[in-house]
Ligand binder design. Structure first.
Ligand code: SF4
Length: 348
């Protein structure tokens, strides 16, 4: 299959019918996956602190330091959340919180080491997003490589690509100027990969981003993956796209339609010809997310909690069997997938 250019992607987005996009995305999906099979995980996002100095204008979750309502979860509260997840059959935790100036890198290393010690490989966890990692490394005065080594040695296997939203410098300046630059983001992600940990790509659509910005995000993601694969590194395990929830945020706005989301999933599947998994977002699209399986997605999470998106209007469905009945009724075999341990960090 021939790689498509940015110009061809633009053309497809502007002029291809839904059926054409679906057919091309299905062909791209079939290079990696059986057409009638989809995989999923049951997971929980543990928002360990809501205190944040980044002040992104699309965020309804954070409070500034010393403002009322700020919290940091205790270790017992974190363990209780993980125990609840195990009780409903899940085994993936994603830690995600704010840029809290009171929490140094040592806090995270201790927390992650204690989770690994208590649960071993019964639970896998996404320790941080690249965004939080950049902040922590900078605060600690460490290079990204040294900070990554500290986390890896504390038992971390995954630092995911969350917090990327739209990866153009202009978007960052418009909405999140204190968060990171695009250059920092990819340098940090490269250090994570080189340290032997695993990572993922994400994207959020539905702010005020232009088509050109969306395409630039995909292009940078594909280039990053090309460079990793060329250098013999694992690179990005997956690409997950979700949609902006505007409620309670300073930026406001409106939600995009499910159809626009499905079409973008299809275009992403076609364009990202070097990424194995394209994931659809039940967290932000609920049952509409499953239709994206027909547009090239092959994998999804069933989350039981995420305060960040819930504060901005996401609605979480806890009847997991009812949710799984939807892709089954569409003709998919849905199979549980465990998060992989990185080959470079194989158990002794
Ligand atoms: S999106 Fe994340 S980094 Fe930005 S203000 Fe919210 S918690 Fe902070």
């Amino acid at each position: 299959m021939t790689r498509i250019s940015v110009a061809e992607a633009r053309e497809l987005w502007l002029h291809a019918s839904d059926d054409e996009l679906k057919a091309r995305a299905a062909a791209a999906r079939a290079r990696f996956h059986e057409p009638d099979r989809a995989t999923y995980m049951v997971m929980r996002i543990v928002n360990y602190t809501n205190v944040c100095v980044a002040q992104c204008d699309y965020c309804a979750f954070y409070v500034l330091p010393n403002q009322a309502g700020g919290y940091v979860l205790s270790r017992d509260e974190v363990f209780a959340k993980i125990d609840d997840l195990l009780a409903v059959g899940g085994d993936l935790v994603a830690f995600n919180g704010g840029f809290n100036p009171k929490l140094p890198l040592d806090y995270y290393c201790d927390l992650f080491a204690s989770v690994r010690e208590r649960y071993g490989d019964r639970v896998e966890f996404y320790a941080l997003t690249i965004a939080e990692f950049v902040y922590l490394a900078d605060r600690a005065g460490l290079s990204y490589h040294d900070a990554a080594a500290r986390l890896r040695d504390a038992g971390v296997h995954w630092v995911t690509g969350g917090g990327s939203e739209i990866l153009t410098e202009d978007f960052r300046k418009r909405h999140a100027k204190f968060k990171y630059t695009v250059r920092e983001y990819f340098e940090a992600q490269r250090a994570i990969v080189e340290s032997g940990m695993k990572t993922t790509a994400t994207m959020v659509i539905g702010f005020d981003e232009t088509l050109e910005e969306r395409l630039e995000h995909l292009q940078r993601t594909r280039e990053f993956q090309d460079a990793c694969l060329r250098d013999g590194l694992d690179g990005l395990f997956s690409f997950l796209c979700w949609t902006y929830k505007p409620y309670g945020t300073a930026f406001g706005g409106r939600e995009i339609s499910p159809q626009e989301y499905w079409r973008w999933i299809a275009l992403s599947r076609i364009f990202l010809d070097n990424v194995t998994h394209v994931r659809t977002s039940v967290l932000t699209q609920n049952e509409e997310a499953f239709r994206a399986l027909d547009y090239g997605a092959d994998d999804f999470d069933l989350p039981i909690e995420d305060e960040v998106t819930q504060k901005a209007g996401a609605r979480i469905e806890l009847d997991l069997e009812r949710l799984l009945a939807v892709p089954r009724a569409m003709g998919y075999r849905v199979e549980y997938r465990r998060a992989e341990r990185p080959a470079a960090l194989a158990a002794p």
